[in-house]
Design a protein around this ligand. Structure first.
Ligand SMILES: Cc1cc2nc3c(=O)[nH]c(=O)nc-3n(C[C@H](O)[C@H](O)[C@H](O)COP(=O)(O)OP(=O)(O)OC[C@H]3O[C@@H](n4cnc5c(N)ncnc54)[C@H](O)[C@@H]3O)c2cc1C
Length: 321
């Protein structure tokens, strides 16, 4: 079974969800190969060789300086054909979720998004993914010869290992035409110096219970004490209190941190869809009947404005020891 993993790059580095996708591929078993589609693939290819993979495929073109959906999908599908891949995996990042279904169409492959678990019984792959905003899990057996999956970030063990051998790097020629670049990313705006909520191990998220953006220092201080990132509910993002890049949920980011602290968030099903796979969930809410408590491992029924300063000081003390 040949498994090809797409390596997503940001600022010249391979992104963590891609390393996790390599981890998922190794867990599945078979021959693991990786694909890099970039304006300058060579430095990443060297890094990719440390991932204990059998082959590194690269497709380069100066016009791939910024992500382009059609061109990248065309290149990845071409690599998959030449690598004789049975399975193609991307991380279920914003880009991965854009790319994977396009590649599936080009390869006439079945596609399962946001996979949280795989079962491999003698080569028959069953992929599990959440449906109905995380209310249920669906087990899907894909019957097409080639299968495409995206794996949910922060659930899989990243794969970083010194290889036993040195894999070859194979450049693939892709015949792009101008129409492949009919759309491309003009600019990628990242919160400067801030940890991306989708990649953070600890997240402190605030909701409408925080009453306004002027109170966000309380959320930021607790996140800083933990060394984590800040998140937000959609109500807060829609109100313009926080940027969309921080939104957690069905129409925001899917997160699976070790610790998720929900402050003044009621726990609507669309919010839970983005964070219910967090390993430990702590809820702070003044309404003891708030739905968030039904999935929380620890709950504080109380006023966030009283609880947050005390909790932040205690965490600072604990961490300084
Ligand atoms: C198609 C669709 C997609 C959606 N996608 C998302 C999504 O991606 N992410 C998302 O979050 N939502 C999403 N929503 C919106 C979702 O349904 C809820 O409206 C939203 O999550 C509510 O945000 P909230 O919990 O911050 O606000 P509220 O529901 O208003 O809850 C505020 C909470 O704060 C508590 N509170 C108030 N004051 C205090 C205090 N002083 N101390 C402590 N607690 C306090 C209250 O008891 C309450 O529980 C979506 C909705 C739809 C229809």
């Amino acid at each position: 079974m040949n498994i090809l993993v797409y390596l997503e790059e940001r600022n010249g580095q391979i992104r963590k969800p891609s390393l996790e996708a390599v981890g998922a591929a190794h867990a599945l078993g078979g021959t693991v190969m990786v694909a890099i589609v970039s304006a300058n693939a060579a430095p990443l290819a060297d890094r990719a060789k440390t991932l204990n993979v059998s082959a590194v495929f690269i497709a380069s073109d100066p016009r791939l300086e910024q992500y382009s959906s059609h061109a990248t999908a065309k290149a990845l599908a071409e690599i998959a054909k030449q690598a004789k891949a049975d399975i193609v995996i991307t991380g279920a990042t914003g880009r991965g979720k854009d790319l994977a279904p396009r590649v599936a169409i080009l390869l006439e492959a079945g596609y399962v998004p946001d996979v949280t678990a795989f079962a491999n019984t003698s080569g028959e792959i069953v992929a599990t993914h959440p449906v109905y905003a995380g209310k249920a899990q669906m087990n899907v057996r894909v019957t097409t010869p080639i299968k495409v999956f995206s794996t949910r970030p922060n659930l899989w063990k990243s794969f970083e290992e010194t290889p036993s051998g040195t894999p070859s790097t194979t450049p693939i020629t892709v015949h792009f035409d101008d129409s492949d670049f009919r759309e491309h990313t003009k600019e990628l705006v990242l919160s400067q110096g801030k940890l991306d909520v989708a990649e953070a191990d600890i997240i402190v998220s605030g909701g409408r219970g925080m009453r306004g953006p002027e109170n966000w220092a309380l959320i930021e201080n607790l996140a800083a004490a933990f060394g984590g990132a800040t998140g937000a509910s959609r109500a807060v993002v829609d109100a313009g209190w926080r940027p969309h890049s921080e939104q957690v949920g069905q129409t925001g980011k899917t997160v699976s941190p070790t610790l998720y602290v929900a402050v003044g968030i009621s726990g609507a099903v669309q919010h839970l869809a983005g964070m219910s796979s967090s390993k430990t969930i702590v809820a702070i809410n003044k309404d003891e009947n708030a739905p968030i408590f039904s999935i929380a491992d620890y709950g504080v029924v109380g006023d966030a404005f009283e609880v947050l300063p005390v909790l932040t000081e205690e965490i600072k003390k604990l961490r300084s020891n």
